[in-house]
Write a protein that binds this ligand. Structure first.
Ligand code: DP6
Length: 320
């Protein structure tokens, strides 16, 4: 049976940055994200008796399937099957947008592969499964604001929806700065930080506080508080990278230009806040009513084609 699933990317407002268990992908702290509408991955999976290995194509191009095979082995074990699969993925995450496509990729694969194998997993178990592919993927099972509860191990580390229907006009404007390959993967970056940053214990402690306050801000629809918490949490994450040994960072000169423009907008009374992940692109959190003014200001340094707008999006679902 061939099954096709769609999953959207998410942007973390309180970030996941460190693992307690590398094999099972258990994080050091809980995280909270917003699933985005415009950026998603469609994946179809079909287990076929005649195949002698898993086949994987991305955007129509055949790719090495080792990571997919590792993930499908989890699904085969759950379903009690041994057949190989044909996996075809299309990324609708604009290339170079710096929006983690591993989140939408593994959330879509978890849903398509488990369904094609004849399993009907609960959302909790789907989230646990997606987590094994890439930590941030466990949050893309749900739409809107989503919390990944760190838990203590495989059974209790999964995402739960915090506010699935977002009935306010929060937006995320991604500023696409650079198409260079990521120098240091999230996986390696967070591992270095956990092992060497003297500030790591403070990060874990303050993330716990940040999640509590962020939830209050979301419930109160207090955008300025939400933005402040998200921006400060992102800067704390990047401070870990600067304090690691060897130290590293994801900033490009234009990253700092974008951050400064956002600060100038804020000084001029427009509420907008930045967040950054494991790459140079800056993502601006804002309200729909301010998008035009923010774009006009960013035009001082960037082309309109570099600006990609997203709104809250839905959770992973089957298309066919
Ligand atoms: C900075 O989920 O890509 O985007 O679990 O090793 O695959 P792995 O890492 P990944 O890391 C995402 C890190 C982040 C913050 C976040 O999304 O919470």
């Amino acid at each position: 049976m061939k099954k096709t699933a769609r999953a959207h990317t998410n942007i973390a407002l309180v970030k996941y940055w460190g693992k307690k268990d590398k094999e099972l992908i258990i994080p050091m702290n809980s995280s909270l994200s917003l699933t985005l509408d415009h950026f998603y991955t469609d994946t179809s999976v079909e287990f076929k008796e005649e195949l002698t290995a898993d086949n994987f194509s991305l955007n129509g191009v055949s790719k090495d399937a080792q990571q997919i095979t590792n993930f499908l082995n989890l699904v085969r074990k759950l379903a009690g099957i041994t057949t190989y699969a044909q996996v075809d993925s299309t990324n609708h995450v604009p290339t170079k947008a710096g929006l983690a496509s591993s989140a939408s990729a593994y959330a879509a694969l978890a849903l398509a592969a488990s369904s094609a194998a004849g399993l009907t997993l609960s959302k909790k178990d789907l989230s646990r499964l997606a987590r094994r592919g890439s930590g941030s993927a466990c949050r893309s099972i749900y739409g809107g604001f989503v919390e990944w509860k760190m838990g203590t191990g495989d059974l209790d580390s999964y995402a739960v929806p915090f506010q699935e229907e977002v009935d306010w006009d929060i937006r995320m404007l991604a500023i696409v700065l650079n198409d260079a390959e990521k120098k240091i993967s999230s996986r390696r970056g967070m591992q270095t930080v956990v092992a060497t940053s003297p500030y790591y214990p403070a990060w874990v402690k303050t993330c716990h506080q940040d999640i509590g306050e962020l939830k209050e801000a979301i419930e109160a629809k207090d955008f300025e508080r939400l933005g402040t918490i998200a921006e400060e949490n992102a800067m704390k994450m990047h401070a870990l990278n600067l304090s690691a040994s060897p130290h590293f960072n994801y900033f490009q000169p234009e990253t700092l230009v974008a951050m400064q423009l956002v600060e100038e907008l804020r000084a001029a009374g427009i509420p907008c806040y930045y967040t950054l992940d494991a790459g140079p692109n800056v993502k601006v959190l804002c309200l729909e009513k301010d998008v035009a003014q923010i774009k006009a200001k960013l035009a001082e340094a960037f082309n309109q084609e570099q600006l990609l707008l997203a709104a809250p999006g839905p959770g992973a679902h089957l298309l066919a």
